[in-house]
Write a protein that binds this ligand. Structure first.
Ligand SMILES: Nc1ncnc2c1ncn2[C@@H]1O[C@H](COP(=O)(O)OP(=O)(O)OP(=O)(O)O)[C@@H](O)[C@H]1O
Length: 232
């Protein structure tokens, strides 16, 4: 578990952001479409190089560390499971990639699948499970990477409204005592999962405070809309 410090300037996208996340803290990153949320996650994950900036995890500067060695797991909107691998092999992939032996990696994978309530799917191929199940499996795979920092980009966006509460509950458990950033447009996600809410507009932080404060006394027009549920 590490703290995060990120400063990212991407001139072409109008982004200039500094963000600190304490060790074990979950931050909900929110703001209008095109505000820069995904770009910020991209910089932290090492997928996008800022014009200027720094990404520090604990006391390590990871700017020049390749994505797979950063200790950062990114859960995208789509589960992006490997189609040719079983559910179990998908979740065992990160530990296998860091050299854990097959038997041990499979045991670890099964434990994470159980954590997200998907252990009965272990033998199936991704094409034989539902979208909601696939997203749970993707959460298990992200956890199996044992990341120092977990980034979630609208993990509920592709799911039907009726399966969102179950995944939210899964994430609630998974994010306890983990440093994490979740991009969301849903106040329910922020309320259930985040210690802090940060609002980004036009590439800048316009509001930042404890979840309770931001949801009870929103200061910016976007936060007001978030609370009233009028976004989307
Ligand atoms: N691949 C790209 N190349 C150039 N500009 C991009 C690219 N992707 C996004 N942008 C621009 O960068 C800015 C920030 O976009 P970004 O996707 O980070 O916002 P976002 O807050 O994640 O939006 P959304 O809620 O729609 O996902 C926007 O002006 C967008 O047009």
């Amino acid at each position: 578990m590490s703290s995060l410090h990120v400063r990212a300037v991407i001139a072409q996208r109008g982004i200039d952001v500094t963000l600190d996340v304490a060790a074990g803290e979950t931050v909900a990153l929110t703001g209008p479409n095109g505000a820069g949320k995904s770009s910020i996650l991209g910089v932290i994950a090492g997928l996008l190089r800022p014009d200027e900036g720094e990404v520090r995890l604990g006391d390590r500067i990871v700017d020049t560390t390749p994505p797979h060695a950063r200790g950062v797991a990114l859960l995208a909107q789509d589960p992006l499971l490997f189609p040719h691998l079983s559910v179990l092999a998908n979740v065992a992939f990160p530990p296998r990639a860091r050299g854990v032996r097959r038997h041990q990696a499979n045991e670890l994978a099964l434990r994470h699948l159980t954590e997200v309530g998907a252990e009965t799917l272990a033998g199936r191929k991704p094409s034989h499970i539902s979208g909601g199940q696939a997203q749970r499996v993707a959460v298990a795979r992200a956890l199996a990477a044992d990341p120092e920092l977990l980034l979630l980009d609208e993990p509920m966006a592709s799911l039907d409204v009726d399966v969102r509460p179950a995944l939210r509950q899964t994430l609630r458990t998974a994010l306890e005592d983990r440093t994490a950033i979740i991009v969301t447009h849903d106040a329910a996600d922020a309320r259930a999962l985040a210690d802090r809410v940060v609002v980004i507009e036009h590439g800048h932080v316009v509001e930042d405070g404890p979840t309770e404060r931001v949801l009870n006394e929103p200061q910016t027009p976007f936060a007001v809309r978030l609370v009233s549920g009028s976004i989307k």
